[in-house]
Ligand binder design. Structure first.
Ligand SMILES: C[S@@+](CC[C@H](N)C(=O)[O-])C[C@H]1O[C@@H](n2cnc3c(N)ncnc32)[C@H](O)[C@@H]1O
Length: 233
């Protein structure tokens, strides 16, 4: 999917995406803490919303993305102390080996149509990560919420959900933004991580437990799946 045409709209959507701010990003940062002075790569940073969140929590952040327009929007959006780069998929040769304490990749691998490409990206992330560094992947949890609706978006029901299947996420903007994702199973991600030299510390699927927001299906279906992986060698 080409993110260039929707870059500006995506940034304003994310700022108010309740589901994401209560059940997504805080759980990612939890596994990286303390982030102060840590070097963190935000792979597929988009318009930089999570990069800014990390920076505001004291991290030294690099954002990389294939979309020039997303990077342009990120640079217009309070870029202080964040280094943004446009890259080709899975190619960040300008970043030295073992140079990051942590890497995060939020809602990026679920947009990739081939497992081969996903592995290429994971290998590149493994290269730039320090030994014992944490790599976090957060994705839409297609396997658990096919056809469900959340405060900020909903998922078109897909009858035969098979690995590699094209699926649509509909962001509740006016007019709605339709995201083309690909379903990859929990096993696809874990096996790819293991094959590329990671161990899996844990997999988290946060669900709403309180009445802090007007939840829809968040109370019965976890909207996001978060893989926490460690580089062992
Ligand atoms: C749904 S957006 C998520 C943006 C950001 N991570 C966030 O949480 O807001 C997906 C982003 O991944 C980027 N992307 C897609 N394929 C990529 C790839 N192979 N390598 C790097 N970035 C990629 C897109 O350009 C887009 O900015």
């Amino acid at each position: 999917m080409d993110y260039n045409p929707i870059a500006g709209k995506y940034d304003s959507y994310e700022k108010d995406a309740t589901t994401l701010w209560l059940l997504g990003y805080p759980f990612v940062i939890k596994y990286l803490e303390p982030v102060t002075n840590k070097k963190i790569l935000d792979y597929g940073c988009g318009s930089g919303i999570f990069s800014r969140y990390l920076r505001d929590n004291g991290a030294m952040v690099t954002g990389a993305d294939v979309s020039e327009t997303m990077i342009e929007v990120a640079r217009l959006n309070d870029p202080e102390n964040i280094s943004y780069h446009t890259i080709s998929s899975g190619e960040a040769g300008f970043l030295p080996d073992s140079s990051f304490d942590h890497v995060v990749s939020n809602f990026v691998l679920c947009t990739i149509p081939s497992l081969h490409e996903i592995r290429k990206i994971i290998k590149e992330i493994h290269r730039v990560l320090k030994k014992n560094g944490v790599f976090i992947i957060m994705n839409s949890n297609w396997g658990r919420y096919n056809g469900k609706e959340f405060i900020s978006y909903k998922l078109e029901y897909c009858k035969n959900l098979l690995p590699g299947q094209r699926v649509n996420a509909i962001l509740k903007t006016d007019p709605p933004i339709i995201f083309e994702d690909y379903f990859w199973s929990r096993e696809d991600y874990t096996q790819s991580l293991l094959d590329c030299g990671f161990t899996i510390q844990t997999i988290e699927e946060p669900m709403a437990e309180s009445d802090q927001a007007p939840w829809v299906d968040e109370v019965t279906h976890p909207p996001f799946i978060i893989f926490i992986a460690i580089k062992n060698f």
